[in-house]
Design a protein around this ligand. Sequence first.
Ligand code: SF4
Length: 357
Amino acid sequence: MAEHAKLSPSAADRWMSCPGSVYLIDVKNITSKGGEAANRGTAIHTLSEKALKGNVACAGFLGTKLENIKITQEMVDIAQVYVDYVSALSGDKFYEQRVTVAELISDCWGTSDAIVCEVGKLTVGDLKSGSGFRVEATDNKQLLIYALGAYFKYDWLYDFKEITMVIIQPPLDNISTWTITRDELMLFKEQLLEARRRIDEHKDLFVITPKGCQWCPAKFACPEHRHTANQAAQVDFKTKAPDDLSYWLEKLPILKGFISSVEETAYEKLVAGAVIDGFALGKAAKRRAWADEDEVCNFVDSIGLTKTFFKDVLISPAQVDKLTLNLSVREQLNKFITFTESKQPIVKKDSAKSDFK
Ligand code: SF4
C-alpha cells in the first residue's frame, strides 16, 4: 500500500483551514480511499515518468500494463501532452521527486511530478489526469508546498528568485501557470507555520470552506456539518418565506456534502463487513460490458462477423461542431436542429447576471 503523509500537500486546503479535521480523521481512523480513478491516475503518472526518463513516446506503452492497469489510447494521449510540455522546458529536470517541508511541519511531504531547475528559476509541474474539476495553479496550496519543498532541496545550487507552478490537465485542455517571487514563497512558508500553530492549539476548531470541505473524508462525522443538518431537519420548508429559503439555498452545498458523505461512508463500511443497525447491502444490478474491446474486435474479425458487430450511428450536433465543414453546409444543417430546454437551475444572483450578459 502506498505510504501517505498525514498532512498531505493534496489535502492542504483542508488542514490549513480546518485544524479540527486533522484530529477527527485521526480519532475516527479514517483513511482516504483510492478508487478506480486514482489507480488510473497513478498508471498515467507512471507512464509519463517512464516516457520522460527513457526519452521515448508514450505510444510505445499502448496496450501494456502499468500499475496493473492496461494502458489505453486515451491514457497515452493524456500522458503525451504532459511529457511534451515538460520536455520543452529548459533546465535540470527531476521527476517524481519526494519533497518535504518537514522542517516546518512534520508529516508533510509529497511526490512532485516534475521539478525543473535553472539558475534563478524554479518550475514545478503537476499532471492532473481527471476531468471532473478544473484545477488552477494560482493559489494552489499543493503546488506551493511542492515548490517550497523543491526550494529547500535545490536552492543552494540554483539560487531561485522566481518560482513558476504549472498544472497540466490534458482532459480539459487546461495548462494553468502561476509565477511568484521568492519573497512570496516565503510568505506562504509563514502561512504554513500559522497552520501548524492552529493545528497544535485548536483541536476543536472546525471551519467550513468550499475548497477545504470538498474532499474531506470526515464530513459524515463533522460537527459543523451535523449541526447544519440538524438545523435543517427542524425546518418546515413549505412555510418558509423567500428570505429564509435564501438562507437555506446558501447551505445546500453543506447539506448535500453531508448526505453524500453519510451514504458513501455507510456503503464502504457495509462492504467491509461492518454492521449498521437496521441497514444492509441490497442486491446489486449487473450490467454487462466487454472486458477488452480490442480483443472482441480481433475475435469477431477472425470469425468474419465484423460487420454484424458494428453499426453506423448518426453523430450528434455537438459532434458535428468538431468537423471541418464549409459555412453553407453548417447553415443547412442548422435547419435540422431542435432545442429542448432542461429545467432552469437556481443560481446565485451574480452568476445569473453574468449568464444574462
Ligand atoms: S467537513 Fe468539517 S471537518 Fe472536514 S474540513 Fe470541513 S469543516 Fe473541517
